[in-house]
Design a protein around this ligand. Structure first.
Ligand code: SF4
Length: 307
């Protein structure tokens, strides 16, 4: 197997591009894909400070590495979700990465912020764990970005994540989510800009990048993801891709090309309230995150009085 570019020995085969690459040419290809995503969706510029949401997994650590190599100004943000050994290892690997490259890392704990771990929040609020986690992350990433004077939050979602999410949204005709499925969401309604610079790269490509760069990341999936529908949709997309390489990207990029036809750009309606608890702009008197926080506090008080 020879590299498509330099004809040296290839180490990775990408059937979706009908191409193989040696380590050096794969690195150029990957950096170019990230740069294209940033440029096409005008995600950020060299003067912006970017809050990189780093979980300790391959995608977010690789993203942090790539953005630094491309010369962007970054601050890492890790949210400890309080998921036992998994969260312990995630924090440890994120800290080790920041130390290795001399990067600034800011850490917050969900247990300290809400008073419970993801699993406990889910139980006390009757929400699926990933829903409780998603609401908390959105709120705390946004708050951290404002606190740390970052103009944009970047996450490590890759092409597999986006294609499987799109499949789930289409299967259930989730118009509200489809409308917002865009790798760059503007800073509207009191929320800072949110971007996904890895949207052109697959999970396999990100794993290869992390391996070639010697990035030490958490390999296993979050234990809360066991019943997550997202994994099921990923499995389906992988089966389709196996049979017909290139389908995943055609599906996702095809949607982005047609998106404005179905969901024309419109200015987001400004939130009518400032949350009466945390003062962030909200569509309800108390924002979703604070409603979760208050419900957890009330449940704990009830448990104390009945004990
Ligand atoms: Fe959060 Fe669910 Fe992802 Fe775990 S799998 S990190 S609970 S969204």
């Amino acid at each position: 197997m020879k590299c498509r570019v330099c004809r040296e020995k290839a180490v990775i085969d990408l059937p979706r591009h009908n191409a193989s690459f040696c380590p050096a040419c794969f690195d150029s290809y990957l950096m170019d894909q990230v740069w294209k995503a940033i440029d096409e969706f005008e995600m950020f510029g060299k003067n912006d400070r970017i809050l990189v949401a780093v979980s300790g997994g391959k995608d977010s650590l690789a993203l942090w590495d790539i953005l630094n190599r491309l010369g962007y100004r970054t601050t890492g943000f890790h949210l400890d979700l309080g998921i036992g050994g998994y969260s312990g290892e995630s924090l440890e690997k994120t800290r080790a990465f920041a130390l290795r490259y001399g990067l600034t890392l800011h850490v917050e704990s969900l247990v300290q912020e809400v008073g419970a771990s993801v699993a406990n929040i889910a139980e006390l609020t009757n929400r699926p764990p990933c829903s409780a986690c998603g609401v908390s992350k959105r709120h705390l990433f946004n708050r951290a970005a404002q606190k740390l004077e970052c103009q944009v939050v970047a996450t490590g979602h890759n092409l597999d994540d986006e294609a499987s999410r799109l499949l789930g949204n289409i299967l259930h005709w989730q118009d509200g989510y489809l409308e917002k499925q865009n790798p760059a969401l503007p800073d509207e309604g009191g929320l800072v800009r949110k971007v996904k610079p890895l949207n052109r790269l697959t999970e396999k490509e990100m794993a290869a990048y992390a391996f070639l760069k010697g990035i030490n990341y958490v390999v296993h999936e979050c234990p809360m993801s066991v019943n997550a529908k997202q994994l099921f949709y990923k499995k389906i997309m992988n089966q389709v891709e196996q049979e017909s390489p290139g389908t995943k990207q055609a599906f996702y990029f095809g949607f982005l090309d047609r998106r404005s036809r179905f969901y024309p750009e419109k200015a987001e309606e400004a939130p009518a309230y400032l949350c009466r608890e945390c003062q962030t702009p909200s569509y309800t008197e108390v924002c979703t995150f604070c409603r979760i926080r208050l419900k957890v506090a009330r449940s704990e008080q009830n448990q104390d009085t009945t004990a």
